[in-house]
Design a protein around this ligand. Structure first.
Ligand code: G
Ligand code: G
Ligand code: MN
Ligand code: NA
Length: 250
């Protein structure tokens, strides 16, 4: 059976789960945000989002998937006060963002659950962000409503400096590819340092992804990165485990 068919069954039966990966302040070491990540468990095994998200993008199923994830995240936020001090990030597909009712829908969900807009961060991958004005306008609306907007996988797409200055995003997540091997590669370290400097001059909150070693933590902190995310600190985890972690660290 094709993946798309199996995914449709999973969505119809509400089998997708939201996992959460914490994001830490480089300055205080506290958890300041969490990224929600879809998980699909099938016959006891996880199917990687790297496999089914691209398919869902092609078939348009990513819209339903994204709506389900947003509902789960909003529900989790509203049910757990521990999460309400944080901003919970949700990965959103450009197809989802393009829906005419996307912003209004989000705003009314937040209202219905008495949540503050800043408790939600919308993450959009740089590689798929089109230069079309519509994406930009949507992101601007989200910001005007008080939600945070993050550009994910920064450095992998086609953004020029001019493009970045125009983006209404307030958070930049530098792609994991730039983290890998940074301890030993002087050239890469210089490049990263320049990227961070550029983002900071634009008043962006800079997040580095894929942090796996203590040396990287030290290096990125020295380079002025605001937030750190990666396996060194924590892997994506189910909600009960995240709640335990939040209770034990705050
Ligand atoms: O969780 P993992 O690192 O395996 O995710 C692989 C890819 O799938 C990442 O690029 C991530 O952004 C994407 N992804 C994970 N969860 C979601 C989601 O809920 N919605 C969308 N659109 N993409 C997601
Ligand atoms: O594209 P996006 O940034 O949304 O991808 C998130 C994915 O990256 C998650 O599926 C998560 O499992 C993975 N990830 C998060 N931290 C690390 C890390 O430190 N190392 C590696 N290899 N993957 C990570
Ligand atoms: Mn992401
Ligand atoms: Na990323």
């Amino acid at each position: 059976v094709e993946i798309r068919t199996q995914l449709q069954v999973a969505m119809n039966q509400d089998q997708l789960e939201a996992y959460y990966q914490p994001i830490f302040s480089a300055e205080t070491g506290h958890i300041v945000s969490v990224e929600s990540l879809v998980r699909w468990r099938k016959d006891g095994n996880f199917i990687s989002p790297a496999l089914f998200i691209p398919i869902a993008e092609q078939t348009g199923q990513v819209i339903q998937l994204g709506e389900q994830m947003l509902r789960k995240v909003v529900r989790d936020l509203s049910e757990h006060a521990e999460l309400q001090q944080l901003s919970v990030a949700v990965n959103v597909s450009p197809h989802q963002l393009a829906r005419a009712d996307f912003v209004n829908d989000l705003v009314s969900q937040l209202k219905n659950h008495k949540l503050k807009p800043e408790q939600l961060t919308i993450e959009l991958t740089e590689a798929v962000m089109s230069s079309a004005g519509q994406t930009e306008e949507r992101l601007r609306e989200l910001r005007e409503h008080g939600m945070h907007v993050a550009i994910d996988d920064f450095g992998t797409g086609f953004s020029s400096l001019a493009y970045l200055t125009q983006q209404p995003a307030d958070i930049i997540k530098i792609d994991r590819a730039f983290t890998l091997g940074v301890e030993t590669e002087g050239k890469q370290r210089n490049l990263l340092s320049k990227m961070i400097e550029m983002c900071k001059q634009l008043d962006k909150v800079v997040v580095v992804e894929g942090v796996e070693t203590a040396e990287q933590v030290e290096l990125f902190t020295a380079l002025g990165v605001d937030r750190l995310q990666g396996f060194y600190f924590a892997k994506p985890m189910p909600l009960p485990q995240l709640l335990d972690l939040l209770r034990s660290t705050t």
